[in-house]
Design a protein. Structure first.
Length: 212
């Protein structure tokens, strides 16, 4: 099975029945952080992937106070065969960050975590078309079957704003991860504004005092 099949199992467990209303509240919370595009727009599917990524991996469920991925592992992993148990445990240790793309070599992608400065190689990646050296993007790295893969959600930021992004990262690099996530979402909001107001110079949006 592919990675998405395992994510779908977790989503199914925590998006229906008693969790329906919580998912609704979670959507409101997420869109208040990053902004919301209209349903049916060309960016709607991308934003929904970003929401599901955040809901599964980053947002603590109200009753359990841990995120769905970790709760699923806690509740079910010991009942799985060893291979599946390892897969789900690795899902619970993903790396969500802002990355710089260092190079693409055939289908191998070399990246650097801009918060930790740690470097990773995503070998034989299924997702490599459209990546270019110097790209700055939000993404998630997951160990899956003994190799690093990308999660399904990406947000690419303008290369010309790299200096500003780096400066803001330095402010929160040594703080609690929740401050890093808040910054990641702030940049996602800026990117959405760039797409909504394409006639505005991106440097007037990626700033400490954005126009919008």
């Amino acid at each position: 099975m592919k990675l998405q099949s395992y994510l779908d199992r977790v989503l199914e467990a925590y998006s229906r029945d008693g969790y329906y209303e919580e998912v609704r509240r979670a959507k409101e919370e997420f869109f208040s952080r990053v902004g919301q595009v209209a349903e049916g727009s060309e960016n709607f599917e991308t934003q929904m992937k970003a929401f599901l990524d955040w809901f599964l991996f980053d947002r603590n469920l109200e009753k359990s106070e841990i995120c769905p991925i970790k709760l699923f592992v806690f509740d079910h992993a010991n009942n799985f065969p060893p291979e599946e148990r390892e897969i789900f445990r690795d899902l619970a240790k993903s790396v969500h960050s802002l990355f710089e793309l260092l190079k693409v070599k055939e289908s191998d992608i070399y990246i650097k975590d801009l918060f930790s400065s740690e470097k990773y190689i995503v070998e034989d990646s299924e997702i490599y078309s459209g990546f270019n050296k110097g790209d700055i993007f939000e993404g998630r790295l997951i160990k899956f079957r003994d190799r690093m893969v990308f999660g399904p959600s990406f947000v690419f930021h303008p290369k010309e704003c790299q200096a500003f992004i780096s400066k803001e990262i330095k402010k929160v690099r040594n703080l609690d991860p929740k401050h890093q996530l808040k910054l990641i979402h702030r940049f996602a909001m800026m990117k959405m504004k760039c797409e909504q107001y394409s006639h505005i110079d991106v440097k007037n949006i990626y700033t400490e005092t954005p126009l919008f």
